[in-house]
Design a protein around this ligand. Structure first.
Ligand code: NAD
Length: 340
């Protein structure tokens, strides 16, 4: 028996989660919901995904564009076990009323405040405590990246304190109305919202975050300084732990990956769906150990890092796997993610 899944909101995240659902052996994509016709709606039809009209969308506009629809979002959510909401920031909270009314489980994204759902979710960190919850919120791209790394470092040596500066991409590649196109914008909220968001996963983690926005669309980069509780033997031991963990890609010096352009070129060479890079990206040369202090860079592909976590959140909510490690392995096998 495969569980029936709907995607409400078919943009950057929704279209990726839809493809990821289709690849899972235990899930069936019943349909995707869009507000208006677009090249993405057209792709949904070309892929054979039943298309439903959501939000303020007008079925006539889809008809005029020659895109067949199967009904409204209400029809869609009446047919499924769970909805993944991938609507724009804060719209998920409005959509929650629909899900509650229909009595359907829902997975929200990181653009919603944490109280939109019963728990914030990160597969490596807290799959077990999220088991069976009717509503979950997959934390944002940056928070997912930090939570994954925190899971590895806490399990290995404990974490006393973490400081991170996030160098944030200005916009996703298709977002032409956002900026800056020239400039570096400090985020004057200190700490930035990322630290408190990580604490929705690890309430006891001492973390201080700050952020700047820079003119790039490729990836975010985190500059981390972590004081561990116990000193690792050497840097190689820390790198080894990251390499052994799921959803990390550690580049070696001989790979000549200078920064995010080569990371995304590697992703294009690898050619997973959308040429995505769903792993946290670290560099061997970019990790230094000084006693209990570990310094490292990590790059986060904002468009795709939350995709595997969204799949695991479906499994956690419906208790399809009792162990996070089993869900992660299943998801990653289906998505073609290998360890390195
Ligand atoms: P997006 O703008 O690319 O896509 C959102 C889609 O939802 C669009 O197709 C839009 O037409 C549709 N929509 C509008 N109103 C709707 C409604 N009432 N109901 C359903 N759908 C509606 O946005 P996105 O980047 O995919 O972001 C979706 C969520 O994922 C947000 O919470 C965001 O914070 C989070 N997120 C985004 C990124 C990222 O970098 N893009 C990374 C991680 C998490």
């Amino acid at each position: 028996m495969r569980v029936r899944v709907a995607i409400n909101g078919f943009g950057t995240i929704g279209k990726r989660v839809a493809d990821a659902v289709v690849k899972q052996p235990d899930m069936e994509l019943v349909g995707v919901a869009k507000t208006r016709p677009s090249y993405e709606a057209r792709r949904a039809v070309e892929k054979g995904y039943p298309l439903y009209v959501t939000g303020q969308g007008d079925p006539e506009a889809f008809r005029a564009a020659g895109l067949p629809t199967a009904g409204s979002v209400h029809d869609l959510i009446g047919k499924v076990d769970i909805v993944v909401d991938a609507a724009p920031d804060k719209v998920g909270r409005e959509n929650r009323k629909l899900y509650d009314h229909a009595g359907v489980r829902a997975i929200f994204q990181g653009g919603e405040k944490s109280d939109v759902a019963e728990a914030s979710f990160s597969a490596l960190a807290n799959y077990g405590t999220c088991l069976g919850k009717r509503t979950l919120r997959v934390v944002s791209c940056n928070t997912t990246g930090i939570a994954r790394a925190a899971s590895v470092l806490r399990a290995g040596w404990g974490v006393d304190h973490w400081e991170v500066t996030l160098v944030r991409r200005a916009a996703d590649p298709a977002e032409t109305k956002k900026g800056p196109i020239n400039g570096i914008l400090p985020t004057f909220q200190l700490p930035s919202h990322h630290g408190p968001d990580v604490q929705t996963i690890f309430p006891d983690l001492h973390i201080a975050t700050s952020a700047v926005v820079v003119p790039t669309t490729l990836m975010h980069v985190h500059v981390n300084h972590v004081r561990l509780t116990r000193a690792p033997r050497d840097a190689a031991e820390v790198i080894g732990k990251f390499r052994a963990a799921p959803r990390f890609r550690v580049f070696a010096p001989w790979e000549h990956v200078d920064g995010t352009p080569q990371v995304m070129e590697y992703a294009r060479d690898r050619g997973l769906g959308f040429n995505d890079m769903m792993e946290n990206v670290l560099w061997e040369e970019g990790l230094r150990l000084d006693g209990r202090d570990v310094y490292f860079f990590q790059a986060i592909h904002q468009e795709s890092i939350v995709v595997p976590e969204s799949i695991d959140a479906i499994r956690a909510s419906l208790a399809l796997e009792s162990e996070g490690s089993a869900s992660i392995a299943k998801t990653d096998r289906a998505l073609g993610l290998t360890r390195a």
